[in-house]
Design a protein around this ligand. Structure first.
Ligand code: AMP
Length: 509
């Protein structure tokens, strides 16, 4: 008699992404040290970790919180949580212990996995079992896993069960835990494999962090679903990317990956002529970057749009025109409406409004925040994204900013993106960010923050006079600041909250 009963009941996500690879000898991960990990070996490691988290006390539905560096083991921990029916919560590695304290008190995990270096400070915050996972796959979690079996009796999970909670990046207010179900994750992966035409022949260059939806779900779930492989780098750096691009078929990146690659002369047509697909998301890709990338490499980046709460919502087409400055069309099965932010009424084509989204990809709510969930997730299933968008006559959607970025000056609504696009086109300007600062007369005044092209200087007076012909008076920046670079978070998003803080006294009398 075997000592474990065969798994007969389904576990929706585990069965589709992981179980299918139990006996798959092909390579899943090409690791930085030059070794390769097969699918079947990975699945064996997953089972060992599933046994370990269960032995540590994580019951189905319990939370397993992990703040660990990127590694094959960290990825296996995600899969182990899915297999054991616990809820995986990956945390940004940049959070301090003080910040982690909030996540622990909010999520009440029964197991916490952290870097060996912070074991003492994390242990002091919780009664949960605390184990460690280091950068080289070392630590007490892996030591414990070594003593466990490489088979595990998979815990049954249904489509609506929660597989993971991802905390939103929370640039304002408290970070909220987005609850993602088995079917949210699986349905999106199925859509993306199809839409972007991934197959087992693909080799994805993966340099994204895996605590975020982009690197964890968009990249990994898609690759596992079709049995492709990944060149799994611990982090982005231009030299490594240039070294590995010749072996890859596809890359998913944030816009900063593309600007940094373009700043290197080795990024040429020949280096990437064999590549099938470059994808960008998580922050707006400047049209200029899109065009320069095509000019330099012959490759047209496919830009898509999504968020932690919804997985992927829209994408430029694989075969049709990939339009710079747009995020394409609603993905199959996803409904998108652009609505009046005040009334929620759907607007006509060409009008800027709040993007609302509904579909199997949309999360089931914020962890223990029923009021926040009710505010943002309508009873009819539409999620109010907080992104302002516009749809053109040919159906392409463009994101024009976050609603909290909206500036109201003298009673007029101003969309920063419109001004940023104009400034970005000015001589000597690499990029720009437009924010508001309190203004004694107008309530808010527009401040333009500019970054110069390398080796150029910016003629602010020339820009000022140019905008007088292009922009209505109320939209024209009342102040200009030139800075060496814009503050960005790990996903390449410009941190406008930091900029607002820096310029808050601009109009103080
Ligand atoms: P996150 O939850 O960290 O993935 O952030 C989601 C937010 O990133 C969205 O609500 C958008 O504001 C922004 N975002 C993601 N992709 C794009 C894109 N392609 N263009 C513009 N903004 C984007």
């Amino acid at each position: 008699m075997p000592d474990v009963l065969p798994n007969v009941l389904p576990n929706v996500l585990y069965d589709a992404l992981f179980k299918i690879h139990t006996d798959n000898p092909s390579t899943f991960l090409h690791l930085e040290d030059g070794t390769a990990l097969s699918y079947s070996a990975f699945i064996g490691n997953v089972a060992k970790l599933a046994n370990t988290v269960t032995a540590l006390g994580a019951k189905p539905g319990d939370r397993v919180l992990a703040q660990v560096n990127k590694s094959a083991e960290a990825l296996a921990l995600y899969a182990a949580c899915v297999q054991s029916g616990s809820i995986f919560i990956p945390l940004n590695t940049a959070y301090t212990s003080k910040e982690v304290e909030y996540f622990i008190s909010d999520a009440q995990p029964s197991v916490v996995v952290c870097d060996p270096q912070v074991f003492d400070s994390i242990s002091a915050l919780t009664d949960a079992a605390v184990v460690t996972l280091g950068t080289d796959g070392d630590g007490s979690l892996i030591q414990a896993a070594q003593g466990h079996s490489s088979t595990y009796n998979t815990v049954p999970r249904e489509a609506t069960d929660i597989a993971a909670i991802l905390y939103t990046s929370g640039t304002t207010g408290r970070s909220k835990g987005a609850m993602l179900t088995h079917s949210n994750l699986l349905s999106n992966a199925q859509t993306l494999v199809d839409y972007w035409q991934y197959s087992s022949d693909d080799k994805l260059l993966h340099a994204l962090p895996i605590y975020h939806t982009h690197g964890l779900f968009v990249a990994t779930n898609t690759i596992m679903l079709c049995g492709a492989s990944m060149i799994f780098l611990p982090k982005f750096n231009v030299d490594d990317m240039i070294a590995h691009l010749p072996n890859a078929t596809s890359m998913m990146g944030v816009p900063t990956f593309y600007t940094r690659l373009l700043s290197d002369a080795r990024m040429t047509h020949d280096l990437v002529a064999h590549m099938r697909l470059f994808i960008s998301g998580s922050a707006p890709l400047l049209a200029e970057t899109h065009e320069e990338f095509e000019h330099r490499t012959g490759q047209r980046i496919l830009e898509r749009y999504g968020m932690t709460e919804t997985n992927m919502n829209t994408s430029n087409p694989y075969d049709g025109a990939r339009k710079a400055g747009t995020v394409g069309f609603a993905l199959p099965g996803v409904d998108i409406k652009i609505c009046d932010p005040e009334t929620g009424k759907e607007l006509s084509e060409g009008e800027i409004g709040m993007l609302e989204v509904r579909g199997p990809n949309v999360f089931s709510g914020y962890w223990q925040m029923p009021e926040k969930t009710a505010e943002e997730l309508r009873a009819n299933g539409f999620f109010i994204t907080g992104d302002l968008a516009i749809k053109s006559a040919d159906g392409y959607i463009s994101i024009v900013g976050r609603d909290k970025d909206l500036i109201i000056s003298g009673g007029f609504n101003i969309y920063p993106k419109e001004i940023e696009l104009l400034l970005d086109d000015s001589d000597g300007v690499l990029e720009s960010a437009v924010v508001s600062a309190p203004h004694p007369d107008f309530g808010e005044g527009v401040v333009a923050i500019l970054v110069a092209n390398p080796g150029s200087s910016i003629d602010v007076e020339a820009i000022k006079s140019a905008v007088t012909t292009d922009l209505a008076k109320f939209k024209q920046p009342k102040s200009y600041v030139v800075v060496p670079e814009l503050p960005r978070n790990a996903m390449g998003k410009v941190q406008k909250n930091i900029l607002r803080e820096q310029v808050k006294d601009t109009f103080a009398s």
